[in-house]
Design a protein around this ligand. Structure first.
Ligand code: SF4
Length: 266
């Protein structure tokens, strides 16, 4: 599926489904979208297109593999940056289903794959299960980056240390942080020496929570000082400069820096 996300060219959803586990999940976009697709299936079950979404619409941790989506990257000849399983959390799924996804990535060296999870421990356990199968790990590592999603300092302090353990498994793991939805200030300084990429953005959607633009400016400054590639996504629908004009000019200057600072890992 083509998209306007910017930090990737395409999304690929061979596994769908998840369960809310933290503040960052409160207004989960994927859950709403899954309910919408499930409604489509209920109206037209003969179509079958959204059957998997019907199975996971309760968002209770059930996940489904979509066989018809699995081989898509193998057929995309032109290199793409592909975000994997945004309609859920890949590492909420069974390891055997994750195997199916990784097998396709092994067969698609022309692409870059971007993983993002709120379950770094499950991700670590998955890769540990392959520790004796170096070839399989090596293939997937050549063209992938693994992000944890963090919404505030507590989530960062809980998830990023687990993420960093991937580099102890194999130093070729490329890892990063997606600070979105940004609902609290985050100091990434203790972790930046191990990170290859940082993405940040305020919450979008009707019920978006407040994002103080200074939080995003802070994290940008932290990355700038440590020379970590940074991708600015958006201020969010409910960002504080709308209410506090006094930091508006400062924000504009940061926007210019964001434009100059556009980058991604090699
Ligand atoms: S982990 Fe992601 S997909 Fe799963 S409920 Fe939370 S926000 Fe939604």
């Amino acid at each position: 599926m083509s998209n306007k996300i910017g930090w990737c060219d395409t999304t690929w959803n061979p596994i769908v489904g998840c369960q809310k586990i933290s503040d960052g999940c409160l207004n989960c976009w994927a859950h709403k979208m899954a309910q919408r697709q499930a409604g489509q299936y209920a109206k037209h079950p003969e179509n079958g297109t959204y059957e998997a979404y019907f199975d996971v619409k309760q968002w209770n941790g059930t996940t489904r593999l979509i066989e018809s989506a699995l081989d898509k990257p193998l057929h995309w000849k032109k290199p793409r940056r592909i975000a994997v399983c945004l309609m859920g959390d890949l590492f909420a799924a069974d390891f055997t289903d994750i195997d199916e996804v990784i097998t396709r990535i092994n067969g698609s060296p022309q692409h870059k794959f971007i993983f993002c999870t709120k379950r770094p421990l499950a991700m670590l356990e998955y890769w540990q299960s392959f520790i004796n199968n170096k070839n399989k790990i090596a293939l997937a590592l050549n063209n992938s980056i693994f992000l944890v999603s963090v919404e505030n300092q507590a989530a960062a302090d809980e998830r990023i240390p687990e993420l960093i353990k991937l580099k102890l498994l194999d130093p070729r793991f490329r890892i990063g942080v997606s600070a979105e939805p940004f609902v609290g200030n985050i100091d990434l300084t203790p972790y930046l020496k191990d990170l290859d990429w940082v993405i940040a953005g305020g919450e979008t959607g009707q019920k978006a929570r407040i994002c103080d633009v200074r939080w995003i400016c802070n994290i940008y400054d932290q990355c700038l000082i440590k020379n970590v590639p940074f991708w600015f996504k958006q201020w969010g629908k409910n960002s504080l400069p709308s209410y506090y004009f006094y930091i508006y000019l400062e924000t504009i200057e940061h926007c210019r820096q964001f434009e100059r600072g556009y980058n991604e890992p090699a």
